[in-house]
Design a protein around this ligand. Structure first.
Ligand SMILES: [Zn+2]
Length: 184
């Protein structure tokens, strides 16, 4: 049986599968570098791909401490950016799953109708949504007490949903809604 490599987060000390963690290395020339593909040579440290561990590491320069030097602000910025794009990807992926399981209502008209029937658990708009649509969705969200998130990524909502010019979607399934909200 092949064993799965496990590494410890330098911040929270939790042990996780290597592939699920961020890797930072110190080169033989004493440079500290972010290694997103886990491919560079050097002494390495790992940290969880979550906001709490990335933030704490940055505040106390825990990566620098682990290597007995100072890590640059740019390094922490790179890690924060990587964290953000991974989250966005997974929100997009989850919306795609919900779409494939037909747990979505696409477009303004359907959303207004579905919200009236208490079918919608989560509202999602695109950063490109027209102001008028956005206002209507915001008002549905506050009147019906449905959480609302703004999704922004290179892969647009209409792309994910396979519907041209679709800039708003309602998630009708509780579990999908909760897992999307957990990614935010
Ligand atoms: Zn951690």
């Amino acid at each position: 049986m092949k064993s799965i490599p496990i590494r410890q987060c330098i911040v929270c000390r939790k042990r996780s599968e290597k592939g699920t963690l961020f890797r930072v290395i110190r080169t033989p020339e004493n440079q500290i570098l972010f290694d997103p593909m886990h491919k560079m040579n050097g002494r390495s440290v790992y940290l969880c791909k979550n906001v709490a561990c990335v933030q704490k590491a940055g505040e106390k320069d825990l990566i620098g401490c682990a290597f007995n030097r100072t890590a640059s602000a740019e390094l922490y910025m790179q890690i924060a950016n990587a964290l953000q794009s991974e989250k966005k990807t997974s929100v997009g992926t989850l919306i795609g799953f919900a779409n494939r399981s037909r747990k979505v209502i696409k477009g303004m008209t359907g959303i207004a109708e579905g919200a009236g029937k208490k079918k919608i658990k989560l509202l999602i708009i695109d950063s490109e949504t027209q102001p008028t649509t956005r206002k209507r969705i915001e008002s549905i969200s506050s009147k019906q007490n449905i959480p609302l998130i703004v999704y922004s990524n290179e892969r647009s909502l209409s792309d994910i949903l396979g519907k041209a010019n679709c800039r708003c979607v309602g998630i009708t399934d509780d579990r999908f809604a909760r897992s999307i909200l957990r990614q935010i």
